[in-house]
Design a protein around this ligand. Structure first.
Ligand code: ATP
Ligand code: MG
Length: 333
């Protein structure tokens, strides 16, 4: 069993909500968006770990916390069994900046329209390495070939606006990989490209894992690509992880009612497979006013009395499979 590259313990990120003058005058209590509300998980060295969940469930915030682009409210982020990144200052984090990279969710926003592909790819090398001009150019050419931006001479001096969506996504990916990271957060890397391009981009990530040994946190709301590329999947809902397990197992046989509902809503590639669609009551509650007990109870078809009152435990149901649900808790049986 490979050792964990990350061990995340009870990680929390609450964003304070700005109070209005009326709030202050009326002494209304300070409110928080509980974006990440106590998550614990490991990411093993060399694996592709998918974080799936609906919009607003806290996926991007979790990814940004891990590589310390956000400061946690509390909790521990143990990196390589040795360093607690959660407790580090900006200066202490400096030596880790090159190793921990992100492919941003929005390839349009992530690229400076005034910079050429060469300038875009050179920037991280200037900031994070001490390579000279010629070595930088070698790196740029190498990575452009790796992500298939070829012929290199043709793309080197292009601006983002002159590129297709898929090519832009390749540049964003290359920009993260060019500094040889150990760990990559790939935040919805294929959500903006068409199906044919999707396979190509996922192929780049897989190759980066295989050839460079990069560990990847793959963030998506798309269960199909998660099942295709990931070794393990964690399902997130309103700032909590509801289930963790091997990707295929979770997709074929989800255990938590929320994962069941989420997975039942995705199309099955094989139309002969019959699957019951689980329709949930209501909408996702606001992350400011999170229901007590199990936060999913107001929408859960199987909610019991205890679910309203007490937060469920994270129960290990088999080797490498964890479920956060009272249906699996000892007390409820
Ligand atoms: N800087 C911030 N300040 C205040 N609230 C924030 C901030 N960043 C995120 N949030 C809130 O935290 C919650 C989780 O956001 P996050 O971006 O992590 O979700 P997500 O799962 O990545 O969603 P999506 O699938 O839409 O990208 C949301 O309610 C969001 O509005
Ligand atoms: Mg996001």
């Amino acid at each position: 069993m490979p050792e964990p590259i990350f061990k995340v313990e009870n990680l929390v990120k609450w964003f304070p909500v700005k109070r209005t003058i009326m709030d202050i005058l009326k002494r209304r209590e300070k409110l928080y968006v509980r974006a990440v509300d106590g998550v614990s998980f490991d990411i093993k060295k060399g694996e592709i770990f998918a974080l799936v969940g609906e919009s607003g469930s806290g996926k991007t915030t979790t990814g940004k916390l891990l590589i310390r682009l956000e400061t946690p409210t509390s909790g521990r982020i143990i990196y390589k069994n040795q360093w607690n990144l959660a407790a580090m200052t900006e200066t202490e984090l400096k030596p880790f900046r090159r190793e921990l990279q992100i492919v941003w969710q929005d390839p349009y926003g992530a690229l400076n329209p005034k910079m050429t592909v060469k300038e875009i790819l050179e920037e991280p090398l200037l900031f994070l390495t001490d390579l000279d001009g010629e070595q930088r150019l070698e790196k740029i050419i190498e990575i452009m070939r790796e992500v298939n931006l070829v012929p290199v001479e043709e793309f080197l001096h292009k601006y983002p606006l002159e590129l297709s969506g898929g090519q832009r996504q390749r540049v964003v990916t290359a920009k993260a990989l060019i500094v040889d990271p150990n760990f990559l957060v790939a935040d919805e890397p294929v959500s903006m490209v068409d199906v044919s391009m999707r396979a190509a981009i996922l192929g780049i990530l897989e190759r980066a894992r295989r050839k460079r040994g990069v560990t990847i946190l793959y963030i998506t709301h798309d269960l199909a690509t998660a099942g295709y590329i990931a070794d393990r999947i964690a399902v997130m809902y309103l700032g909590k992880i509801f289930e963790i397990g091997p990707a295929k197992r979770v997709l074929l046989e989800p255990l938590n009612p929320y994962s069941k509902a989420l997975i039942s809503a995705t199309p099955v590639p094989d139309p002969t497979v019959k699957r019951e669609r689980i329709i949930l009551k209501g909408e996702i509650p606001s992350p400011i006013f999170i229901p007590s007990g199990c936060r999913f109870w107001p929408r859960c078809p199987w909610a019991m009395d205890i679910c309203r009152k007490k937060e469920p435990p994270m129960v290990q149901v088999e080797k490498d499979r964890w479920v956060y649900c009272w249906l699996f808790g000892e007390e409820a049986r």
